[in-house]
Design a binder for this molecule. Structure first.
Ligand SMILES: Nc1ncnc2c1ncn2[C@@H]1O[C@H](COP(=O)(O)OP(=O)(O)OP(=O)(O)O)[C@@H](O)[C@H]1O
Ligand SMILES: [Mg+2]
Length: 308
């Protein structure tokens, strides 16, 4: 079982319309709801990869109930912590040309009791997990200390840990030395407080982070691919040219591939290849981590990886 933790979930509702107008009323052709949140994207991709996945989210209000129902339909095992506010709703309008406009409901500030509930729920969800990923930013200074605590708790139980975060949760989580760190270039540059404009700077940055228990670092570069530093070696993966539909959630798809590979005993570079294949196939579908196994397998053969 791989436990995927999201601190900032939302229900993502998409209304597909013909075109944007200034009229009072627009009738949508189609509506689609999805359980948003980075860890939930990872969970969906893991199910597609044939792995058992559980997810943990803070959930509150009517939107929280809907979020949990949507997660259950995704086939993941659902854990939740009572949240004093309401789970966020995000509504996106998409027209025929693919133009989008997203509107986010206000988020409710965390209370001390929310952090306590989330800690308790994590301790329960952790039982039986072979791997744990903490995904996304911290929603509150009250939540940030949970990042290192959760990594520490998971490591004590022998689980593999992966951190994919940014902002204050990234240095906080890194204190607990997760086995795997994954982030994109902007997040890494923000953390290191220096530009990572070329391959040399990027490779140097991740090499320096593999230390004291952090075993693998993956730096994703959007359409340019990704870098891995593991076992004393740096690898560069380039994606094949694909039809880009929606790149959102590609980093999450990557996380799923890395963890699925690691639990199957793959070498670091083969985990990296599976992560890339998941990420690249994700950009070809609308729904974050909504790609299928066949799409992943087709891309897998076209990922080019070289040691640098
Ligand atoms: N336009 C693209 N074409 C091909 N592959 C892409 C493209 N965009 C992203 N990818 C793949 O997805 C991976 C992750 O992308 P990116 O660096 O944008 O992650 P991210 O910013 O963490 O995404 P998110 O946080 O939305 O999940 C890349 O390493 C690459 O393999
Ligand atoms: Mg990301």
């Amino acid at each position: 079982m791989i436990l995927c933790v999201t601190f900032n979930p939302a229900v993502d509702t998409t209304l597909f319309i013909d075109q944007f107008t200034h009229q009072y009323r627009t009738d949508a052709q189609r509506i689609h709801h999805r359980a948003g949140g980075k860890g939930n994207n990872v969970g969906r991709a893991l199910i597609t990869l044939g792995q058992a996945a559980s997810v943990l989210n803070p959930e509150g209000g009517l939107v929280g109930k809907m979020h949990m129902d949507l997660l259950a339909a995704d086939g993941v095992k659902v854990f939740s912590a009572a949240f004093s506010g309401e789970t966020r709703l995000a509504v996106t309008l998409v027209d025929n040309s693919g133009h989008q406009q997203a509107c986010f409901a206000p988020s409710t500030p965390w209370q001390a009791q929310d952090a306590a509930q989330f800690h308790q729920a994590f301790a329960q969800a952790l039982a039986g997990a072979q791997a744990v990923c903490l995904c996304g930013s911290s929603p509150s200074p009250l939540a940030t200390p949970l990042f290192p605590q959760f990594i520490q708790m998971a490591k004590e139980l022998g689980a593999v840990t992966l951190l994919d975060s940014y902002g204050p949760a990234l240095p906080a989580g890194l204190e607990a030395r997760p086995h795997m760190l994954k982030f994109n270039c902007a997040e890494a540059a923000g953390y290191l407080q220096r530009p990572l404009d070329n391959l040399e700077e990027q490779a140097l940055a991740i090499t320096g982070l593999v230390t004291n228990g952090v075993e693998w670092v993956v730096l994703t570069l959007g359409e340019h691919g990704a870098l891995l530093h593991a076992a004393g070696q740096t690898w560069l993966a380039r994606p094949p040219q694909v039809n880009v539909v929606n790149p959102i959630g590609s980093g999450d798809a990557f996380t799923a591939g890395l963890l699925a590979g690691r639990l199957q005993g793959f070498s670091p570079v083969e985990c990296f290849r599976l992560g890339m294949a998941c990420a690249v196939s994700n950009v070809t579908v609308w729904d974050a981590c909504g790609m299928n196994k066949q799409q992943i397998d087709e891309v897998l053969a076209h990922i080019k990886i070289q040691a640098i």
